[in-house]
Design a protein around this ligand. Structure first.
Ligand code: URA
Length: 267
C-alpha cells in the first residue's frame, strides 16, 4: 500500500488495486501484451545480483549455475510467499547444453530425491529423450518454480501447480539460468511453464506447433507436459509431442532417421 499520498505513484495504485482484487478472490485478470510487460517489470523480483568481486569470479557457466544454485536455496522472494515448501530443488544436467527443458515445479518424488523429473513424469520424459537419441545428462532440465508448492500439513504425496505469484518469485532464477547457459533452444513442458516463461495464456494446443521467442531472441517451443502423456496414451497425443520434438531436433541439427520421422503415425 502507498505509504504517503505525496509519494504515491501509479505503480502503488496498481499494486493496491491488484491486492484488493486478490483479497476478493480474483486471481486472474485480462491484460494486453503491453500491460503485461509493464506489470512484469514492476512486480517481478529483481534478478540475482552479484557483487563486483563475485562477478569477476563468475566467468564460466559452471560457476554461474553454481552461484545461482546457492542463491536459490534461500531465495527470499519465494520464501516470503509462505506457500512453497522448505526444500529447494535445483536444476540438473549439462550447463553447456544446447537444449533446456523447463517444467512446472518439483513434486513429491523430486522433493524427496532433490532432482527435477525423477518420478513417473520423469520416466516418460526420459523415454522421449531416448527417442530423440539424447540422454538426460546431455541436456539441462529446470523448473519454472524451484520449490514444491505446499498444500498444508496433510499434503502427503499430493502435488499442485505453482501459482502465478510463486512462478513470478522464481522466474528471475530461471532467466538467469538461461543467460548463463545460452542454449540454442528451450522447450516448455506444459502450459504452466509456458505461461511463466513467455507470459500470456492459452492452452498447450494453441501454443504448440510454432516457435516463440524469448526476448525476441531465444527460440522456445511449447509442448505437452510428460504427465499429460501418462493420462492420455493416444497415438495422436504422442504424435503431437513427437512432432514438437522433431522440430527441436531440426533446430539443433540433430540427425533424424526416416524411422524416427514416422514414430507414432497411424499404420
Ligand atoms: N513435473 C514437473 O513439471 N517438474 C518436475 O520436476 C517433476 C514433475
Amino acid at each position: 500500500m502507498p505509504s504517503n499520498s505525496s509519494t504515491t505513484t501509479l505503480r502503488d495504485i496498481v499494486r493496491a488495486s491488484l491486492k484488493t482484487l486478490q483479497e476478493k478472490g480474483v486471481h486472474c485478470i485480462p491484460v494486453d501484451d503491453q500491460a503485461r510487460d509493464i506489470l512484469r517489470t514492476w512486480f517481478s523480483s529483481p534478478p540475482p545480483t552479484t557483487s563486483r568481486n563475485e562477478a569477476a569470479e563468475l566467468s564460466s557457466p559452471e560457476q554461474k549455475i553454481d552461484y545461482l544454485r546457492r542463491r536459490a536455496v534461500n531465495w527470499s522472494a519465494a520464501r516470503r510467499l509462505g506457500s512453497l515448501r522448505e526444500k529447494m530443488v535445483f536444476s540438473v544436467g549439462d550447463v553447456h547444453a544446447r537444449l533446456v527443458l523447463v517444467g512446472e515445479a518439483p513434486g513429491y518424488d523430486e522433493e524427496r530425491l532433490g532432482e527435477p523429473f525423477v518420478g513417473k513424469a520423469g520416466q516418460k520424459l526420459n523415454e522421449i529423450l531416448r527417442a530423440m537419441g539424447l540422454k538426460r545428462e546431455q541436456i539441462y532440465i529446470t523448473n519454472i518454480c524451484k520449490f514444491r508448492p505446499s498444500m498444508g500439513a496433510n499434503q502427503g504425496t499430493a502435488n499442485r501447480p505453482p501459482t502465478p505469484e510463486e512462478i513470478a518469485a522464481c522466474l528471475p532464477l530461471v532467466l538467469a539460468e538461461l543467460r548463463a547457459i545460452q542454449p540454442a533452444c528451450v522447450v516448455c513442458l506444459g502450459a504452466t511453464a509456458a505461461h511463466g516463461l513467455l507470459g500470456g495464456e492459452g492452452s498447450v494446443s494453441s501454443l504448440r506447433g510454432v516457435w516463440h521467442h524469448l526476448a525476441d531472441q531465444l527460440p522456445v517451443r511449447v509442448t505437452y507436459h510428460p504427465s499429460y502423456l501418462l493420462r492420455n496414451e493416444s497415438l495422436s497425443a504422442r504424435r503431437a509431442v513427437w512432432e514438437d520434438m522433431l522440430a527441436v531436433m531440426e533446430q539443433l541439427a540433430l540427425p533424424i532417421s526416416e524411422k524416427q520421422r514416422r514414430y507414432f503415425l497411424p499404420h
